[in-house]
Design a protein around this ligand. Structure first.
Ligand code: ZN
Length: 312
């Protein structure tokens, strides 16, 4: 059993989830949901992405979203930044943290941003300078950390090499992103150990997808390895381009439920979080994969007359 008693949960739904939504979601709705997440006690939120508005119209209002967020509780507001142009916009908007993405797999990085991994890492140096001048902290994210749809397993040496570069560039933290849902408890343990040895100063976050049903099992493996930071999305929104019908991110309410039931402190109000997820489902207009939002807390008592007894 893990020794971890406190976990930091990062909500990535407003970025990782909404980014994939075709129908425009208004700035007001995004800001209201983010402010409710803050009220529910979420300590870190990936709020938006400063990508080109032409490439991702849903994120065109990035600066307006950041400006509307309630900053009174000290919640860390982070945003994805793909290049120097995005970094300048992000710095002007007043984010607390810039998140820089690179794929561990060469072919995935090439397909994603048409650069080699090394070219991406070199590009980060310019972004890092902009962030450091603006006194904004930097966070690195490694996509396809646990497997690539084109190359298969990713050697842990790649994870170690990239995290070492993050540390050298002065990044505060890093995330292992399970972009295509290929993490398993076994490769999570191996990856965490390799990166700990290579970049011990980086705060480590794990970001799992539940594509193959083992998302929370991977969280358990991470907890056993001493990792105390996890990323998830409300209702489990966020898709996976390589498996159209598959589930994306692990769900924040399901994660918080699991942690609470293990007596691990999150500071998050599960009832408020569940209400937010139900409203996100209304905004999106289709059923979301979250399970607590459907079944409720296990100790939520029911009227005896309203529940049919099971036969099987
Ligand atoms: Zn994700």
């Amino acid at each position: 059993m893990t020794q971890i008693r406190k976990v930091e949960v990062t909500e990535v739904g407003p970025r990782d989830g909404f980014q994939n939504e075709k129908n425009p979601i208004s700035t007001e709705v995004k800001v209201a949901l983010i402010n409710r997440l803050i009220d529910a006690g979420i300590p870190r939120i990936e709020a938006t992405s400063f990508v080109s508005p032409k490439a991702v119209p849903q994120m065109a209002d990035a600066a307006e979203v950041i400006k509307g967020i309630d900053r009174s509780k000290g919640t860390i507001i982070s945003a994805l930044v793909p290049n120097a142009r995005g970094a300048i916009r992000a710095a002007e908007s007043g984010v607390d943290e810039m998140v820089l993405f690179v794929s561990a797999s060469e072919s995935h990085n090439k397909k994603n941003v048409n650069r080699t991994t090394e070219e991406s890492l070199q590009g980060f140096e310019e972004v890092a300078r902009i962030a450091q001048d603006a006194k904004i902290q930097l966070h690195g994210a490694i996509a396809t950390a646990f497997g690539c749809p084109f190359e298969g397993d990713v050697p842990v040496e790649r994870l170690a090499m990239i995290s070492k570069r993050f540390q050298e560039m002065g990044f505060v933290g890093m995330t292992f992103g399970d972009t295509t849902g290929m993490a398993t408890p076994k490769n999570v343990r191996a990856g965490v150990r390799a990166v700990r040895a290579a970049a011990p100063k980086l705060a480590m976050n794990l970001h799992f997808h539940n594509t193959r049903g083992v998302g929370l099992a991977c969280v358990m493996a991470g907890l056993d390895e001493g990792v105390d930071k996890y990323e998830s999305s409300f209702g489990g929104i966020g898709g996976c381009p390589f498996a159209p019908k598959a589930t994306g991110n692990i769900c924040t309410e399901d994660l918080v439920y699991l942690l609470q039931e293990m007596d691990i402190e999150t500071g998050v109000d599960l009832a408020k979080l569940t209400a937010i997820a139900c409203d996100v489902e209304t905004v999106i207009g289709r059923p979301l994969p979250g399970q607590i939002m459907k079944a409720g807390h296990r100790l939520e008592l029911h009227d005896m007359n309203a529940v049919r007894t099971a036969e099987g």
